[in-house]
Design a binder for this molecule. Structure first.
Ligand SMILES: [Cu+2]
Length: 156
């Protein structure tokens, strides 16, 4: 009984600290690669291409292979979120302060399917908008696979 109360208190304290942007905020890495390490036939990928994080967390896009960048799809950004576009072949870091689903692409390779999703906190706030948006080229084929994976992550 006592232990249960202790655990509950810890959880509340932790959440409160996250709320003020504490040292608990995590940093995640997404590699920009010429080849998918899990499937060498798949070229030009973000790895991982689905990332689930908390509000206040930072994502570092690492330019592991040259020739790539990261750019948000503007139209479907969550409320209060800012777009981003990094320089080709450069590392890039961004902290997510607005909850929701972020679709992004590599500017030169979006048409070849180099796209990804970042889910921040409650990803459902704009998920339907991201899902129903129109994507061009091979991105049109890749996104449905990503949405399928996201939905599988939330089904028990
Ligand atoms: Cu690329």
């Amino acid at each position: 009984m006592l232990r249960k109360i202790f655990v509950a208190t810890t959880v509340i304290t932790f959440s409160a600290l996250i709320g003020v942007g504490s040292a608990f905020a995590a940093t995640h890495e997404v590699l920009m690669l010429n080849k998918n390490p899990d499937d060498k036939k798949q070229r030009n990928v973000f790895y991982p291409n689905i990332l689930k994080i908390e509000v206040g967390d930072t994502v570092k896009f690492i330019s592991k292979s040259k020739g790539h960048n990261t750019e948000s799809y503007k139209k479907t950004l969550p409320d209060g979120a800012e777009m981003w576009k990094s320089k080709i072949s450069k590392d890039f870091e961004i902290t997510y302060t607005a909850e929701g689903t972020y679709a992004y692409k590599c500017t030169p390779h979006a048409g070849m399917g180099m796209v990804g999703l970042i889910l921040v906190g409650d990803h459902t706030v704009n998920y339907d908008a991201v899902k129903s948006a129109k994507y061009r080229g091979k991105a049109k084929k890749v996104f449905p696979k990503l949405f399928e994976k996201v939905e599988a992550m939330y089904t028990e």
